[in-house]
Design a protein around this ligand. Structure first.
Ligand code: SAH
Ligand code: SF4
Ligand code: F3S
Length: 458
């Protein structure tokens, strides 16, 4: 009987993509995926440590797994991802029932790690080179294959299906070292993948049914610039153009971009590439120059606003979203007001906002003037309330317009779909439609977080 694995993914899209690859690697050594954690022989948590809360979730699930392991002593428990990279072997001390700790750039070795575990090697020994794994450029190892095999670019078919929408990681790590952020510590330095590998992977995904492709990187604008493995000095705009030429892609997206590196070349892509969706996620983090400086962000409020203007001159209908941190150490009421002002000036379609959280190993963890938790809570609520008001206004601007949507989910004709600007539209369809299909709908009603529409035509 085949072994059963349950993979639980926390955190960002990059982790989701990594989970798919791990699932594929595990399939190659006899594991099938199950949806119920209780049924699994191997539970693998792919973890996130971006904020303290994200990490707490992982440890609370690990606590639960301790009980599952008492009921089923043969159960294997693995921890992968950013918490694994950050905490390393300390995890075994805190959670002695964990069998395997897999670093963010070690997961390609998962099959051989499991084999060593089966042979009775100690888990500490197997998980011992977390730190040294950073010396191996990611992707290169995967693409060279294990033990000198042929290149293996095959993307994972999660549960045997290619979903209509797929993520493709184009670069790993980050060199920016924003003062609050663990990513450069948990993911290592920035490394870009070879264009030929990216093109090959996208081509394969599209040939298997993917209609929408999202290119992923912590800072896609610097793609190709710090590049030990890439085959070219091509920048991100050129990569986008190359990928857009692959026949069969209906929609192309990317995330995330740092404002300081946002080039006119990239903006021009929104004019030239039909399938590039008019949505731009441009994390601001704060509207106050003094906070941006302490965050180690490499732009000012003024530069940020200039980039927004310029982007809108290339693509007037572009929908903007952002990430905001409230309550960064030293953030005063006036600083926070500047963030509120930025929100009102840009009028984002939507945003992700977070209370600042101290993270191990980051510079800001040692900054003084920490903001009181209650004040952080108040600021977050204030920001989110204003964002909701603006989102509703933005959504109301779309009422009566006819727009193209891509079907995401169809339950007996009740459809969830998405516009190219990344707005969710619900409607009922008289025709059979499957995820990935495109059709025209007329927007009839705007809510804060989604729109309603009526079907017009295919
Ligand atoms: N590379 C992206 C962000 C990746 S992390 C960029 O630079 O924009 C996703 C978001 O998590 C960040 O944009 C930030 O808003 C938030 N974040 C990161 N570290 C945080 C911390 N210590 N506390 C609170 N939010 C944090
Ligand atoms: Fe973190 Fe800054 Fe890198 Fe984004 S750019 S991943 S916030 S260090
Ligand atoms: Fe979290 Fe790591 Fe992604 S910290 S946000 S899973 S890069």
């Amino acid at each position: 009987m085949s072994k059963r694995v349950f993979i639980k993914t926390f955190g960002c899209q990059m982790n989701e993509r990594d989970s798919e690859i791990m699932e594929q690697l595990l399939a190659s050594c006899g594991y099938v995926s199950v949806f119920d954690m209780e049924e699994a022989d191997f539970v693998l948590l792919n973890t996130c440590s971006i904020r303290a809360k994200a990490e707490q979730k992982v440890f609370s699930l690990l606590g639960q797994l301790r009980k599952q392991k008492i009921r089923n002593p043969g159960l294997l428990v693995g921890v992968a991802g950013c918490v694994a990279q950050q905490e390393g072997r300390k995890i075994f001390k805190r959670m002695p029932h964990v069998d395997l700790v897999v670093g963010t750039q070690q997961f390609y070795q998962l099959p051989s790690m499991l084999m060593r575990l089966e042979k009775g090697e100690s888990n500490r020994e197997i998980s011992c080179n977390l730190e040294s794994s950073f010396t191996i450029p990611p992707f290169q190892k995967y693409y060279l294959g294990q033990e000198g095999q042929a290149p293996s670019p095959a993307p994972a078919d999660r549960h045997g299906l290619v979903e209509f929408s797929k993520f493709v990681t184009i670069m790993q790590g980050c060199n920016n070292f924003c003062s609050y952020c663990v990513v450069p510590h948990t993911r290592g330095r920035e490394v870009s993948r070879r264009i030929s590998d990216i093109v090959e992977e996208v081509t394969l995904l599209v040939s298997r049914g993917a209609k929408e492709i999202t290119l992923l990187g912590q800072n896609v604008n610097s793609y190709g610039s710090t590049n030990p493995v890439a085959d070219t000095t091509t920048g991100f705009a050129d990569l986008l153009r190359r990928v857009a030429e692959i026949p069969g892609i209906k929609r192309l997206r990317f995330t995330s971009s740092n404002p300081q590196d946002l080039s006119a070349c990239l903006m021009q892509c929104f004019k030239d590439i039909d399938i590039l969706c008019p949505h731009f996620h441009l994390p601001a983090q704060s509207g106050s120059n003094s906070v941006l400086k302490k965050m180690g962000r490499k732009y000012t409020r003024e530069l940020y606003l200039e980039k927004v203007e310029e982007l809108r001159s290339y693509c007037p209908e572009i929908a903007l979203s952002t990430d905001i941190i409230v309550g960064f150490p030293g953030e005063s009421d006036q600083d926070f007001e500047q963030t509120m002002g930025l929100l009102r000036t840009v009028r984002y379609h939507g945003s992700f906002s977070f209370k600042y959280s101290d993270r191990p190993g980051t510079r800001s963890a040692d900054f003084d003037q920490k903001v009181d938790e209650n004040i952080k809570g108040e600021r977050l609520q204030c920001f989110q309330k204003e964002q909701d008001r603006i989102s509703l206004e933005r959504n109301q601007e779309m009422v009566d317009r006819t727009m193209e949507v891509m079907i995401e989910h169809n339950q007996d004709g009740t459809i969830k779909s998405r516009t190219s600007s990344n707005h969710i539209v619900h409607f009922t369809s008289p025709l059979p439609m499957v995820p990935g299909d495109l059709c025209q709908v007329r927007i009839t009603h705007a809510g804060m977080h989604s729109l309603n529409g009526e079907y017009c035509s295919m």
